[in-house]
Design a protein around this ligand. Structure first.
Ligand code: XMP
Length: 494
């Protein structure tokens, strides 16, 4: 570094920093078939995922629909914070309740009702059966379904529901497993099991449809109570939002800052960590010194200073760190403290994602890759006969004017005279998240196969890079041909 005794020209003795296209994984002897590669990982100290992928906390990428779809597939959606605190709490609760094994908001019938009334009520509420509950005690007296009601409706509609209901009710307690609940239903040829406390008071309901639906997502990322996992972004100084998100049940909070290696941000992040029960991931950072500054309290660190597809940070501020080097520098420190690393931004292909893991990341976060899916909130736009979805940087003028400025340590500017660090853009419409994620994870598993690693930790140890020349890079992409049919996992425009 130049100082009184050092000439400025010393500054030009610069270290090299590399990114995705500068390196390739060195193929190694392998017995691992891609399908066998296990992608389970940790995103923070206490949160495991089956798929090492997160969707970005951006207002054109992750709201509750995306978070639900991601968690069902085994990954994690991180809700953006361009919404007020109450809205965020509602979004978190929606994800946590989705695919819930035990329905808490149960439609019930009451003993004084007639079969006709119950029939109408079930119709209105869209259910095909209901526990009959004593109004005063909350105890389950019976259970009634459309099949029980039908013969009564034929002859007289004013019979009391207690006449028609089944009063020998098969119930279970709250700790019943999905498997045990299903066995009960099969054994007794029933479709729903009321969940009761020790006093036989109704606390919930499990339906066969609900259990079977959850089975479709056997790779889902769930907490210890079986609820889907969800992440949420909070501004570096938003202690209140963090507390509200924690109360709503968020699994991982992400301190959302473009440059977290800032003493005020770190002080506030420490306070947030002390306030909430959820894991706290601190980001973004891009150097080993930044990692040193946060690893004593962070449950995870997120890496990326300017690699994102919509980012202009590097050209606007002149600062940044090419992503493969940034990830490896942070991982050198974080791995010594058992703190998971997330590589955030710049990933265009599955090959980039698995290179980030080889560089030391435990999971990857993507924005543009998923912004074109149905589950992303951006609107669909038609241009020249092709469909696109809106995708914008959280440091773009549009996103900042809706509250995203704090990420860039800037106050909300009433004159909207922002100095943006991102652009507003569009990305090709891609259909369902499940098929995009399938391509991404399938490509990553193939990468693990080329290196002969069965698990993510093994892959991180076993993988090696080779440096790629610009001729080598050209050779890596399809060349000397005209592509006639689009591949589901490759676009020359990426
Ligand atoms: P990709 O490349 O996946 O990147 O689209 C998503 C990540 O980019 C970051 N991000 C920004 N960075 N200006 C920036 O410098 C911005 O306006 C901006 N918006 C998002 C963020 O880390 C995200 O996950």
């Amino acid at each position: 570094m130049a100082n009184d005794s050092e000439p400025f020209s010393e500054k030009l003795r610069v270290p090299e920093a590399l990114t995705f296209d500068d390196v390739l994984l060195r193929p190694k002897e392998s017995r691992v078939e891609p399908d066998e590669a296990d992608t389970a990982t940790r995103v923070s100290k206490n949160v495991e995922l089956n798929v090492p992928v997160l969707t970005a906390a951006m207002d054109t990428v992750t709201e509750s629909d995306m978070a639900i779809a991601m968690a069902r597939q085994g990954g994690l959606g991180v809700l953006h914070r361009n919404m007020d605190t109450d809205e965020m709490a509602t979004e978190i609760e929606r994800v946590k309740r989705y695919d819930e094994l035990i329905i808490r908001d149960v439609v019930t019938a009451h003993p004084e009702q007639t079969v006709r009334e119950v029939d109408r009520m079930m119709d209105r509420k869209g259910v095909s059966g209901a526990p009959v509950v004593d109004d005063e005690t909350g105890k389950v007296l019976g259970i009634i379904s459309g099949t029980d009601i039908r013969p009564y409706l034929e002859v007289g509609e004013s019979d009391a529901v207690t006449e028609a209901m089944t009063d020998e009710v098969i119930t279970a307690s709250e700790d019943v497993t999905p498997r045990a609940a299903l066995e009960l239903m099969y054994d007794h040829k029933i479709e729903r099991v009321p969940i009761v406390d020790e006093e036989n008071r109704l606390v919930g309901l499990i339906t066969m449809g609900g259990v079977l639906k959850r089975r479709e997502y056997d790779n889902a990322a769930r907490d210890e109570d079986g609820h889907l996992r969800v992440g949420a972004a909070v501004g570096p100084f938003e202690v209140d939002r963090a507390a509200a998100a924690g109360e709503a049940g968020v699994d991982v909070l992400f301190i959302d800052c473009a440059h977290a290696h800032n003493a005020n941000v770190i002080d506030s992040a420490r306070e947030i960590k002390a306030t909430v029960d959820a894991d706290v991931v601190v980001g973004n950072i891009g150097t080993s010194e930044a990692a040193e500054a946060v690893v004593d309290f962070a449950d995870g660190v997120k890496v990326g200073i300017g690699p994102g597809s919509i980012c202009t940070t590097r050209v606007v501020t002149g600062a940044g760190m090419p992503q493969i080097t940034a990830v490896s520098q942070v991982a050198d420190v974080a791995s010594q403290h058992d703190v998971p690393v997330i590589a955030d931004g710049g990933i265009r292909y599955s090959g980039d994602a698995i290179k980030a893991i080889a560089a030391g990341a435990d999971a990857v976060m993507l924005g543009s890759y998923f912004a074109g899916t149905d589950e992303a909130p951006g609107r669909v736009i038609q241009m020249n006969g092709k469909k696109y979805k809106q995708y914008r940087g959280m440091g773009s003028v549009g996103a900042m004017s809706e509250g995203g400025g704090e990420r860039y340590l800037k106050e909300d500017d009433e004159d909207e005279d922002y100095v943006p660090e991102g652009v507003e853009a569009a990305t090709p419409y891609k259909g369902s998240l499940a098929s995009e994620l399938h391509q991404l994870v399938g490509g990553m598993q193939s990468g693990m196969g080329y290196v002969g690693a069965e698990t993510i930790p093994e892959f991180k140890q076993r993988s090696e890079f080779v440096r790629v020349s610009s001729a080598g890079h050209q050779e890596s992409h399809p060349h000397d041909v005209m592509i006639t049919d689009e591949a589901p996992n490759y676009s020359p425009d990426s």
